[in-house]
Design a protein around this ligand. Structure first.
Ligand SMILES: Cc1ncc(COP(=O)(O)O)c(C=O)c1O
Length: 391
């Protein structure tokens, strides 16, 4: 058992959503939290605040700020030189999706998404009364790819924003430079603002490279808002801390004219200090976690190929999420409901990721080998039982 693994009993004793959303007989493999203990520097950063009872309005300067840690991290990991003046710490990424919709479009105007997609993108469009311009990813027989012709055809005169998720949740695709250039160039051509969610950028497997959208060209950068955080890769989602980066001062001014800073709120000290500690001092922890995730990712692929071959699945290039298309299983109900009720496994319902996902479920494999084996074997036996019943 790796040093960062947490026992099932300890996970159940916590008050997190992942292990408390379902009845106790269900094994959870849904929301994107990891079943791993956080890195020591992160734990120490929080302990320092608690030990000192230091809960007043904060003063953080120099290397202690979230902005400085973000600038250093982007340079170090991705060779991306960031102007600190264009960085805004925020409490969460999802908030920025809403802010961007409100700032750069009017009700009824279009926002283009590559579906299936992380549900809050769809929620942003629905709840702000904008219009979904759908561009489904294409299955090219080896992976899901950007449909460039479909994108060109989908974007119309009242489309204002292109929202991108890269690495892509739920498919785990890490878009290539060509795919990103196609997205970026179209945005320039049609005058779209780009919101690029890069929250999974640290969670890449060998063979893939993360290219920040804002590094593609000055013209693309000038219209790109990048959102990211340490919360996925360092397992601190409950601490609520993220970063919004504007690719130009003009973009920032236009955003702030519609969404004042005070409305975005101020980030708390636990989120700030934990993120700074994670980005500056916890990479060795993440390197070790990535080895475990890669082994889990490969195990999921092998298990499915051998035991539930009716599930269509590509290994993710990034993220700790497997996107499982169950249409060939011919189940009596939605795959989400079937696995929840018959297998007692709590996955994410693909239907929440848009029409393109309704035959799918999303499985979170950031857990111990023991839990992962249990999850997969419950799924395989449920499928065998239902197929035996039909024979
Ligand atoms: C693509 C993506 N964006 C954003 C989030 C959530 O970010 P936040 O909690 O900062 O709103 C997640 C969480 O899983 C995610 O997968």
């Amino acid at each position: 058992m790796a040093g960062f693994e947490v026992s099932e009993a300890a996970l159940r004793a916590r008050r997190g959503a992942k292990w408390h959303h379902h009845p106790a007989d269900v094994m959870p493999a849904w929301v994107a939290d990891m079943d791993f203990a956080v890195a020591e520097p992160v734990q120490e950063a929080i302990a320092r605040i608690v030990d000192q009872g230091d809960y007043g309005y904060p003063a953080r300067s120099g290397d202690e700020t979230l902005t400085a840690a973000f600038v250093a991290r982007m340079q170090d990991r991705f060779g991306w030189t960031v102007d600190p003046d264009l960085v805004q710490p925020v409490t969460e990424c999802v908030q920025c999706m809403y802010g961007t919709a409100l700032a750069f479009s009017e009700p009824g105007e279009g926002i283009v998404l590559q579906t299936p997609i992380y549900p809050p993108f769809l929620g942003t469009i629905e709840k702000t009364g904008r219009r979904l311009v759908e561009n489904r990813l294409k299955d090219d027989g080896t992976r899901y790819v950007l449909d460039v012709d479909g994108l060109r055809a989908a974007v119309d005169d009242t489309t204002r924003i292109l929202m991108v998720c890269n690495p892509h949740n739920p498919t785990g695709r890490v878009f290539s430079r060509d795919e990103l250039m196609a997205l970026g160039n179209l945005a320039v051509e049609r005058d779209l603002v780009i919101l690029c969610d890069e929250i999974h950028a640290d969670l890449l497997y060998p063979g893939s490279t993360h290219i920040p959208m804002a590094t593609l060209s000055p013209a693309i950068a000038a219209r790109t808002i990048t959102i990211t955080s340490a919360t996925k890769s360092f397992n601190i989602a409950g601490l609520r801390a993220a970063v919004m980066h504007f690719g130009s001062a003009d973009l920032r001014a236009r955003y702030r004219a519609r969404v004042p800073d005070s409305l975005m709120g101020q980030i708390g000290i636990t989120g700030t200090d934990a993120t700074v500690a994670a980005w500056r001092h916890a990479q060795p922890w993440l390197d070790e976690v990535m080895e475990q995730l890669q082994s889990n990712r490969d195990y999921v692929a092998q298990f499915i190929a051998e035991e539930i071959p009716g599930i269509h699945h590509y290994k993710p290039e990034g993220t700790y999420l497997s996107w499982l298309d169950c249409r060939a299983l011919d189940l009596p109900e939605s795959p989400y409901k079937f696995f929840l009720e018959t297998a007692k496994v709590g996955l994410n319902d693909g239907a929440m990721f848009g029409e393109a996902g309704k035959t799918c479920v999303r499985l979170n494999f950031a857990t111990s080998e023991t839990v992962l084996r249990e999850v997969l074997s419950r799924m395989a036996s449920a499928v065998q039982r239902v197929h035996a019943g039909k024979a």
